[in-house]
Ligand binder design. Structure first.
Ligand SMILES: Nc1ncnc2c1ncn2[C@@H]1O[C@H](COP(=O)(O)OP(=O)(O)OP(=O)(O)O)[C@@H](O)[C@H]1O
Ligand SMILES: C[C@@](O)(CCOP(=O)(O)OP(=O)(O)O)CC(=O)O
Length: 400
């Protein structure tokens, strides 16, 4: 083998669950206590870009540079991903002696998130999906997105869903080794491309209780949790998949909101309690309720992950009554400029109906929201020629 530098790059999306993963039956393998379902968001707005590379000329340790700062790769989750991918490459090399022995070389990985890391914007999901996809590309593995979802899951549970675009489920599985705990595509983005999301970034700071720790405490202490996992979620998984198949937004929206509420109820039922929602989050809920009341049906649906940021799903046809309303009330925030935001006009009629009722909520949102992100359903990881490592093996920064 010469001192060649081998490189491959990908981008990967964020996903925001409409039926939440919360609880592990096996914390080492990230095997969940319930199935979950998410919408993959467009990479034009939120994405991780990762280049994986290996070379005999590299220092003899694996490394990961994330947004310009060196990360610790010795953690069990990153190590599990590296180990599984190397083992698949080793099998290929065993079958074909002409292949370079990439599995024996140190990995150098450079990654950039175009959004804040660990702020509840699902950076670990996009991050681990990109890491696994980029190394699989580097190793030229024939693995399917399903196979890779099994590996990405070990990096971060929700990452398994970011291997697919569109509407994506994660089957909890039954096997102790996790072999059947994989992601699957419920429908591609082209099936229901009108799905939009507005994200109200409430706090871009690092969150208080991490998902990993939070869900462990919930499993150990909440009595509500057991019913959620055994009863509530299995029923909702079925209803949600049907709603997506027939593009029934009212059902999609109702289940989305109820499941977010149920997840946060188990957080409150955890001892000591976990509070991810704050007054600004509750103001976002109030606004969505007012929007739906003005429309006389569900046209907007909120959901919250392990943090106060609101993600509000709606259909393009209702943009004026949903995103338009937020723009009318808080159009001075960052994020409205650009092709997507400029095109958004408020519905005068809906604005008139709501104005009198939402004064307090609007004040809270104006004060607590730092910016909005306008996005929609999008595709899965995309291989790219744009490399974050040059031909000499040095990192290239694309930010700034
Ligand atoms: N591009 C990336 N490449 C590899 N790992 C990443 C990347 N981005 C984030 N991570 C990992 O994910 C961690 C952040 O995950 P964490 O679960 O705390 O936050 P989050 O994903 O933003 O929130 P949540 O998953 O609850 O929505 C980082 O500390 C890092 O280990
Ligand atoms: C609330 C959630 O966003 C929790 C995500 O948890 P993580 O996937 O971040 O947890 P780990 O598996 O411990 O890394 C709900 C969801 O995305 O389904």
């Amino acid at each position: 083998m010469t001192d060649e530098i081998y490189r491959a790059s990908t981008t990967a999306p964020v996903n925001i669950a409409v039926i939440k993963y919360w609880g592990k039956r096996d914390p080492k393998l990230n095997l969940p206590t319930n199935s979950s379902l998410s919408v993959t968001l467009s990479q034009s707005d939120l994405r991780t870009h990762t280049t994986a590379s290996c070379s005999p000329s590299y220092p003899s340790f694996d490394s990961l540079l994330l947004n310009g700062s060196e990360q610790d790769v010795s953690g069990a989750r990153t190590q599990a991903c590296f180990r599984e991918l190397r083992s698949l490459r080793r099998n290929l090399e065993g079958q074909d002696a002409s292949l370079p022995k990439l599995s024996t070389l140190p990995l150098k990985i450079v990654s950039e998130n175009n959004f804040p890391t660990a702020a509840g914007l699902a950076s670990s999901a996009a991050g681990f999906a990109a890491l696994v996809r980029a190394i699989a590309n580097l190793y030229e593995l024939p693995s399917s997105p399903t196979d890779l979802s099994r590996i990405a899951r070990q990096g971060s549970g929700s990452a398994c869903r970011s291997l697919f675009g569109g509407y994506v489920g994660w089957e909890q599985g039954k096997e102790v080794d996790g072999s059947d705990s994989v992601a699957f595509q419920v429908a591609p983005e082209s099936h229901w491309p009108e799905m939009r999301a507005i994200i109200l970034v409430v706090s871009a700071a690092k969150k208080g209780v991490s998902s990993t720790t939070g869900m462990q405490t919930t499993v150990a202490t909440s009595s509500l949790f057991a019913a959620r996992a055994s009863d509530t979620v299995p029923k909702r998984m079925k209803q949600m998949q049907e709603a997506i198949q027939i593009k029934d937004f009212e059902t999609f929206g109702k289940i989305t909101m109820m499941d977010s509420n149920s997840f946060h109820a188990t957080c409150l039922d955890t001892y000591p309690p976990i509070f991810y929602l704050n007054d600004v989050s509750r103001a976002a809920i109030k606004m969505v309720e007012a929007i739906n009341a003005a429309a006389g049906r569900i046209i907007a649906a909120y959901t919250f992950d392990a943090g106060p940021n609101a993600v509000i799903y709606y259909l393009q046809e209702n943009e004026a009554q949903v995103a338009g309303l937020f723009k009318a009330f808080m159009g001075e925030k960052d994020g409205w400029k650009g092709t997507r935001g400029d095109a958004i006009q408020a519905s005068e009629e809906a604005f008139g109906k709501m104005k009198g009722e939402v004064g307090v909520a609007v004040d809270l949102l104006k004060e607590g929201v730092s910016r909005v992100i306008l996005t929609g359903v999008g595709e899965g990881p995309v291989e790219t020629k744009e490399s974050l490592i040059d031909e000499k093996g040095q990192p290239i920064s694309t930010s700034s």
